[in-house]
Design a protein around this ligand. Structure first.
Ligand code: FAD
Length: 380
């Protein structure tokens, strides 16, 4: 069979590889000049630093099959994400942990004391938190909320935390020990030669042809037995029903001789600072040594027509429009919508790869059993 994968990010590459290994002819197209989608990394010619072009990416997962899958194609180096935050003229450790609490309140509490202390700060009068703000006040009280959540969230989402659903802050964002590893997952690491090398390995198969600088248009679907579309769902239909709302990011790139901030990620929680964070890319490859440094100041804003869509907004208005697009997609014959843009969801890389592996398997099963192929293999 002849299959087309639109998008050479993890979604397109992994599904393409699975289908190629099953003996099919696979074409992967991407409108960009490079593979790896938003995870693209490139070595800066001047400094030698591995730059995460569309923002920093750290690989972390509990999914053993996915971890083994990525390690099959490239070597991973150990990497632990430790984030710092500047607030009220001081530098703190994130996520909020015992060190943060003791430093912030000028105390030397042990875990149980800190737990009781934070409980006393929390606003227990909020019985059923509906908004992000209520949820944060209920979990950590006003002081930590103001210092670490309020301004950051306002900048990230462009609206007041009282306008966002409580579900964004699902569990208690505080640790009562000194563990400052940002992620809880069993496996965490960084591909030694960057994500683009990893995706290159996935796409390196005799049945796969990659076409870059090639925009896929809807009417081209007729040239293939089936298409997997990892571009924007609304874009596939030329935005006929309107645009699904996204946040976009502006990266203000600057260079520095030496070590600019001493860590990979420094958050800025205060509203008076216009950016959300500064990332220093050489610290994402701590096994390398570079004199020069590349940093990104990161600004978040509403995604306009010519911007790159980053974070789906998914509030009430967007969800209504999404269900209209889903209904439209279900009427298209030989196209399945996949990935972060095709299904309008925020997906970490490991989840993207997991879904791509499952999608390819489900698709091959459908074919084997002569069942119709759905527009979506996942719940959206
Ligand atoms: C700022 C940021 C930071 C992130 N950090 C992390 C992290 O630390 N850890 C983590 O696990 N995940 C992270 N992620 C998530 C990660 O980026 C995604 O999981 C991943 O990019 C999803 O891959 P994808 O293939 O679905 O989409 P993409 O990588 O976006 O690939 C889609 C591709 O489709 C192409 N395309 C679209 N339309 C067309 C068309 N019509 N014709 C041809 N080509 C088209 C695009 O050019 C693009 O290359 C982060 C995301 C963001 C936004």
């Amino acid at each position: 069979m002849k299959y087309c994968l639109v998008g050479a990010g993890f979604s397109g590459a992994v599904i393409g590889r699975e289908l190629a290994e099953a003996g099919h002819e696979v074409t992967v197209v991407d409108e960009r000049s490079h593979i790896a989608g938003n995870c693209h990394t490139e070595r800066d010619a001047e400094t030698g630093v591995m730059v995460h072009t569309y923002g920093p990416h750290i690989f972390h997962t509990d999914d053993q099959e996915v971890w083994e899958y990525v390690n099959r194609f490239t070597a991973f180096k150990p990497y632990v994400n430790r984030v710092k935050a500047t607030s009220r003229g001081q530098v703190f450790s994130l996520p909020i942990n015992l060190h943060t609490i003791n430093q912030f309140f000028g105390k030397t509490m042990r875990p149980d004391e800190a737990r009781n202390f934070i409980e006393a700060q929390a606003d227990m009068s909020i019985e059923n938190p509906l908004t992000f703000e209520e949820q944060a006040l209920r979990f950590v009280g006003p002081e930590l909320y103001e210092a670490f959540f309020k301004g950051y969230t306002q900048k990230q989402w462009g609206c007041h935390p009282s306008e966002l659903p409580a579900s964004i802050l699902k569990r208690l964002p505080v640790r009562f020990n000194y563990n400052d590893n940002y992620f809880f997952h069993r496996y965490q690491g960084m591909p030694e030669h960057g994500y683009t090398r990893l995706v290159e390995g996935i796409l390196d198969h005799p049945n796969i042809v990659v076409q870059l600088n090639t925009r896929f248009e809807r009417n081209q679907a007729a040239d293939f037995d089936h298409v997997f579309f990892s571009g924007p769902l609304d874009g596939f239909f030329d935005y006929k029903l309107g645009r699904l709302g996204y946040r976009t990011l502006d990266f203000e790139r600057f260079t520095y001789q030496g070590d600019y901030q001493g860590c990979a990620v420094m958050n800025y929680g205060e509203e008076s600072v216009p950016y959300t964070r500064i990332t220093e890319h050489k610290h994402f490859s701590p096994w390398e040594e570079h004199e020069g440094s590349i940093c990104y100041r990161e600004y978040s804003r509403f995604c306009e027509v010519d911007d790159i869509p980053y974070y789906p907004i998914r509030l009430v208005k967007e969800k209504a429009l999404l269900s209209d697009y889903v209904a439209k997609a279900q009427q298209v014959k030989n196209v399945t919508f996949v990935g972060r843009l095709g299904t309008y969801r925020y997906l970490d890389m490991d989840v993207t790869i997991r879904e791509a592996l499952d999608t390819a398997r489900d698709f091959l099963n459908c074919n084997e059993n002569q069942q119709p192929v759905p527009a979506f293999f996942v719940e959206i």
